[in-house]
Each structure stands twice: as structure tokens, then as C-alpha cells.
Design a protein around this ligand. Sequence first.
Ligand code: BES
Ligand code: MN
Ligand code: ZN
Length: 497
Amino acid sequence: MSEPVTVTFAKHTAAAKGVLVVLTDESLGFGPAAQKLVKGADAALTRAFDAERFKGKAWTGLDLLAPTGLEAPRLIVLSVGKAKALKSADFLKLGGLVAGKIPATAREATLVLDLPGTKVSADAAAEVALGIALRAYKFDRYKTKKKDEAEHAALAVTLLVADEPAAKRAYAAKAAVADGVILARDLVNEPPNVLDPPEFAHRAEALKQVGVAVEVFGDAELARLGMRALLGVGQGSIKESRVVVMQWHGGAKGEAPVAFIGKGVTFDTGGISIKPAAGMEDMKGDMGGAACVTGLMYALAARKAKVNAVGVIGVVENMPDGAAQRPGDIVTSLSGQTIEIINTDAEGRLVLADVLWYAKERFKPKFMIDLATLTGAILVALGQDHAGLFSNDDQLAERIAKAGQETGEKVWRLPLGPEYDKLVDSKFADMKNSGGRHAGSITAAQFLQRFVDKTPWAHLDVAGTAMGSPASDVSKGWASGWGVRLLDQLVRDHYEG
Ligand code: BES
Ligand code: MN
Ligand code: ZN
């Protein structure tokens, strides 16, 4: 896994190495451990605070080069604003901000996790470390000319904490989540000539190393199973389609699993209903849902979550070709329901129709949550800060929304309802794959609902959040790894024994 940073923990009393980062708040004071380490620079700090008219406003800071009175080559002071009001997501942000402030040329840095008048818990320290790891991630595998070798040296960050063993323990689980997010980001960032359906399946197979049971089905097996809706999408591609089933058995034997389903279109040209050229390269990210499911399964297994979980992803390439499916075609899905193809660019729901049905029938899960970069319309409705949430189960929807608040991966619920059914009813088949211009994200979800029966289910439309994302406190942008932290939190909060 390509992490250019390593995070370790040491006691508050340990010596600081490299760039020194300390925290303050609106009082402009320091916690005792930080105070000890910056003591020599007290005069320089006072002058710098005055010169900058620094008031300790939340998330503002100061950066002192070669500060008089200290050995550190650089002293960074960052304010958290009100130290007592900090939540879990704030500590994640804090880690991200710190990683953003450490210059690319630094090899070593020390962050003193100490605040005036408040104790920083071990969980908070782990959240800071997670924020550092996520912000430090970069995808530069295909750059052969690095501008400055010094900028690509690995960085070692030491967090000085009150309770070192407790922080280490808390971070062991978070590091697994960090690796899961990074795996998801790598998958989304990879170019579509490299990450085609067989290669995606191959990378998912690597999860065997952490104890996940992985099965891969190719074209022949999928045809035998009857996944004609999914296969129809892939039939215009020279690449075979794949369905990957990942199982993690961390819970009680025989207990029904929780299930996560992902759309994995490794490239979406639109097919015969071809997309315009401008921005089409972004459609390499149309497997963001499947990437999240894969990253999540990695995280759950690597942290040995006490849960039975399955991940099922449908991985295809949507290409125009002499063999491609046409508007007007009618396919019979695994469920037996027939679908008239109106628009070959509404392919994600065809893939999900078969994998949702398969997961429900085979695993009888407690719930199913699917993630899909499903509609452009969700970007129109919600932009890039919330994923669209649709559900047939209020409790599940509320739990997801709460996990969203906790992790900062926010969702916004939109309606389903029988009124929308008429928009997806077809003249010639049981349904059609496009509901027209109105309520595009809702009709897509309403279509999916026809493949889940009574199973508690939620659909997350991540077209605005999983790919093409702006840079944030914890990401340099594009592939966000959205959803891994959210769903890990959901499992942690409600489904571990
Ligand atoms: N993969 C796209 C949706 C998408 C759009 C993802 C923008 C990320 C960014 C999806 O397969 C698609 O093409 N949807 C169509 C559906 C329509 C034809 C009913 C859309 O949104 O236009
Ligand atoms: Mn499409
Ligand atoms: Zn698509």
C-alpha cells in the first residue's frame, strides 16, 4: 500500500525530532507537555503571535522557521479554537491540517498531542493519526519525472501522547481503516486501461491475505447463473465481466451477514448511447462504489471486526461496439424480471439489479447497502458534499445518517415511493432502464428497489462524492475513498457482537 508517511506514538516526555508541531486554543496557552518543548522559544513565540495578531481562531496557525531558542528546524503552532468542544471528526481534520502544514521536504516531524486544560483521548489520537495518513496519500505511480527527489522522501511523524499503549491500540484499528481507504482511492485513481474488470478482480483477490474468502465469477459462470442484465452491459467490451464475492467471517457462526454491494464500471463510455467527449476521462472512476466495498472489506478483515460481512461487486466495462447492447433490447435479469434498455448509458442499475438479487438470495443478509456512482442527477441535487441516500428501512437510514455525522462522510435522504414506479414501467417489458429527465436519481433508486424484495436496504448514490472530488482536509482530491470510513463506523456502532 502506497503510504508515503508512517505514524508512530511516543510518550509526552519523549524528545522531539524534526519539525515540531504544537497545539493551542483561544487562550493561546499550551498543555504542559507542549509548554516544556517550546520553552526555549517563548520569546520568539510571543513576538510572532503579536506580529501576526494571532488570536487562536480555530484552525489558524503560525509557522516559525529555525526558531531562536529551539533545535527544531521549524515550529508550527496550530489552534483548535475551543479545545473542549472537539469531536471525533475534528481530530481527523486536525491530523489532515497538520499533514498539510509539514513541508514536503521534511523527513521527520513531531506532533505534541497536548491541549491546555483538556485531555486528548487515545481514540482522538488515533483519529489524528488517521487524518495524517489520509492527507499524506498521493497517487503518483505514473509520474516518471519527479520534480524534486527530496519532495518524495518518506516522512516519519511521531505523535507525543499521554497514554502511549492506549493510543497504539486505538490506532491499530484505525490503520486498517486508513489502508482500506487508500486501497479504494488507488482503485479509483488507476487508469481504465490498467484497471479493467479482470484486473479489478485480481486486486480484490489480494484480500485473501487478510483472511477474506474471495470468489471470482467470469462470463461463462455469470451466464450459467443467469446474470443477463449485468452481462448485457459488458458485451460490447473485449474485456470479460466479473462478479467478485468477498466474505469476512468475524462474527458468530451461522449469524446472518451484513452485505455491501458495489457498482464497478471500470470505464463508462455510455455504450451505444455514447457520452460527449468532454470530461469522459472521468468515467474511469465509475467503479467508485465497488472500490469502496473492496476497501471496506479490507478494513473490516484487517481490524478483525466481530461481524459477518459480505461484499459483492459487479465489475464491467461499458463500450460501444458491434457486439454492444442496443437501445430497444430487452434483457432477462437474474430475478426473472425483464428490462427494456432505453439508454445504454443507464448501465449501473443493470449491473446492480443482478448483484443485489444474487446477494439477497444467496446470503439472506441482515441488510444490503449498495454504493454506486449512479446518476449525474445526484450532482445536480446535492453537489459534492453529500451522497444521496435512499432506503426502504427508516432505522437503517437513520443509522447511516448518524455514522455520516460522526465521520464527516455525510448523506442526505431522498424519497422513494410507488408514485415513481410509473416512470420506470415499460410498454414492452417489466420495466425500462431510464425514467426520463425528471427525478433521475430517484427513478434509478426506485428501479433498484425492484431487486431487493423485503430485505432492509439502502442505496448510496456516490457519483458526487467518490470521484472527481475537490481537495479536502484529509484528501488531495479526485479519489476520496468515500464511504469506507462511514460504513466501518456503521458496523462498529451497531453490528459488532
Ligand atoms: N456513471 C454515470 C453517472 C455519473 C455521472 C457518475 C457523472 C459520475 C459523474 C451513469 O452510468 C450514467 O451515465 N447515468 C446517466 C443515466 C441516464 C442515462 C438515465 C446520467 O446520469 O445521465
Ligand atoms: Mn452510464
Ligand atoms: Zn455509469
